[in-house]
Design a protein around this ligand. Structure first.
Ligand code: PHE
Length: 341
């Protein structure tokens, strides 16, 4: 047993310490080299073999060596702890340059898109937008449009009655009377968009709640040719010039003569359940404003004439986008809604 042993233990202990790179292993090292039955203590246990006068110096040397090892242990622990902390911070780091997750964004409902598209075209043709109410009097919705109580034409539109005299409007046509009364005797050229309600069986082609756009032009010398030109032009802009449309003679109490406008169905004319096998789908009713209606609106039928039209904008849109069932509109399936916003 000699001082050389002390130096060797110190050298080997430091070398073993330098090789350790995780905090848990440091504890094992401490037990091995500095513990009660560790290597350093082993040296002291051999002290009895030395001559009595050599013992104090040897003991002091061992203690100095132990202090050196302890100091080295603290240093190593501090280095490893700092490294572990740096590691942890690097792992948790947020990369602020990564793209974020976009919050879901709402959009316009297809029925709104349909309205705006049609209104845009009418605006380009010089029509102004006029808004009218959804809750109407029986008088406005029917009587002033030449449909007195018990008129058989009332059966064309099954009505939601709020009371005997108040209804949910079954069409946008009562807006004609309101607009005429607001502007008579001036000429007018307006479109009137809005929701209408009918107590009807819901099918692929008809809903109980749907959007319509009414059109009304009044002034001196307005003819059926103006009506036909306006609607043909609208259809050409909405569907493209090559989409066939047709005017079919029809009847409405508030226009005379009257017609309905059909557009070639999405099936291309072969016949499907949407067009009930006819190859055509009706998108609007129209005609020359009936003299009785002109009078009810405050105009003199001897001086002015006018045309009116009114049709469902959802149906109009369906024919442009191959939508085969009007019930998609209110079903609120995002897969449908997101396609047309
Ligand atoms: N109001 C009619 C309907 O809803 C359509 C129409 C409007 C017809 C204007 C002629 C003139 O069916």
């Amino acid at each position: 047993m000699a001082h050389a042993d002390i130096e060797r233990v110190e050298r080997e202990g430091l070398a073993a310490l330098a090789a350790i790179d995780d905090l848990a292993a440091l504890d094992d090292w401490r037990v091995t080299w500095l513990g009660k039955s560790g290597t350093a203590s082993g040296l002291l246990r051999g002290i009895g073999a030395l001559a009595a006068e050599e013992r104090p110096a040897f003991g002091a040397a061992v203690n100095t060596m132990k202090q050196a090892l302890e100091g080295a242990l603290d240093e190593r622990a501090a280095v490893l702890r700092a490294a572990a902390l740096a590691d942890e911070m690097a792992g948790d780091a947020i990369d602020v340059t990564l793209p974020g997750t976009r919050p879901p964004q709402g959009g316009l409902h297809p029925a709104t898109v349909a309205d705006r598209r049609a209104l845009q075209i009418y605006a380009e043709m010089g029509f102004q937008v006029y808004l009218s109410r959804e809750v109407e009097t029986d008088e406005m919705n029917f009587e002033l449009l030449n449909m007195p109580k018990h008129h058989p034409a009332r059966d064309m539109q099954d009505t939601f009655y709020i009371s005997d005299e108040v209804v949910l409007r079954t069409h946008t046509s009562p807006g004609q009377i309101r607009a005429m009364r607001a502007y008579a005797p001036e000429p007018i050229r307006i479109v009137l968009p809005g929701m209408v309600y009918r107590s009807e069986q819901v099918t692929v082609r008809s809903e109980m709640q749907f959007t319509q756009i009414e059109g009304l032009a009044i002034g001196p010398g307005i003819t059926m040719a103006d009506l036909k030109g306006t609607i043909s032009n609208f259809a050409g802009r909405y569907y493209g010039e090559d989409r066939p449309i047709r005017f079919r003679a029809s009847y409405f109490p508030f226009t005379e003569p009257s017609a309905e406008v059909d557009v070639r169905c999405t099936c291309g004319g072969e016949g499907c359940k949407l067009c009930k096998g006819t190859g055509w789908l009706e998108i609007m009713g129209c005609g020359m404003v009936h003299p009785v209606v002109l009078k009810n609106g405050g105009y003199d039928p001897a001086r002015v004439s006018g045309f009116a039209f009114g049709g469902g904008t959802m149906r109009t849109q369906m024919l442009a986008h191959q939508i085969d069932d009007i019930r998609h509109y209110w079903a609120n399936d995002l897969r449908f809604l997101e396609q047309l916003r």
